[in-house]
Design a protein around this ligand. Sequence first.
Ligand SMILES: Nc1ncnc2c1ncn2[C@@H]1O[C@H](COP(=O)(O)OP(=O)(O)O)[C@@H](O)[C@H]1O
Ligand SMILES: [Mg+2]
Length: 261
Amino acid sequence: MTTFRTDLASPAQIKKSSICSSEDLSNHRHPAIAACSVTMAFQSGNQHFHVLRDINLAVEKGDVQLLMGPSGSGKTTLLSILAGLLTPTAGKVFLLGEEITKMSRTKLAKFRLHNIGFIFQGFNLFPALTAIQNVEVALNIKGIKGKIAKKEAIALLEQVGLGDKIDRHPKELSGGQKQRVAIARALAGSPQLIMADEPTAALDSYSGHAVIELLRRLAKEGGCTVLMVTHDPRIIDVADRILHLEDGMLSQNKTGLDKII
Ligand SMILES: Nc1ncnc2c1ncn2[C@@H]1O[C@H](COP(=O)(O)OP(=O)(O)O)[C@@H](O)[C@H]1O
Ligand SMILES: [Mg+2]
């Protein structure tokens, strides 16, 4: 039976992290996201080097959880593993109570498509498509087509405050507006999990705040679970929990401020 480390957590976090055995995770008391003893090693020539060591974490439904740490500490690698985009060298990952590390490729692809919204730093919008078309494409992939997709795309763009810019191409939008289109696209099909890698990194202060507020609202009013890699100290205010990754190992505290100041 695998258990989470609780030695680095505050009492409140210990309570949350006490849902920790593989049995519990696959039963009804499961957190939205959980990792059990996740290790990742990459090969360089004949040598293996460890990027992640014995990572244990749990993210409760409806929480905004941050993943912080120095550049190169393994944040993107861990997020990719938790999102089922990379297979860990060892360990288990559970999303919404299902163990994704034992799913077939096809099942995992389908699970990701319907349950996870991804937001990356570089927006990844199609430059030739308008804002609404960018969102419609994401809906189409999820099986939502035609007039219903169009209506849904408009509603999603309105939700991110871009209702008056649906016909603009990415090059006619600011960085913050492009990121909001990327968020609208990530929300297509109402995924329960939002995973974001440095979503505010390229944004000015105003746009950064708008994106942060939107992600907070999705968690607190929309019931989404948000896991976010960030260096942005502004996001700390909206976080329920912060995990720190350093040298491939995890520690956690409530505010993270002691690590930043
Ligand atoms: N596919 C890969 N092959 C080999 N090394 C990798 C690969 N992906 C990441 N790494 C290495 O793993 C370490 C952590 O990278 P990353 O997860 O991108 O860190 P962060 O997002 O915290 O900056 C770095 O040393 C990086 O070079
Ligand atoms: Mg990274």
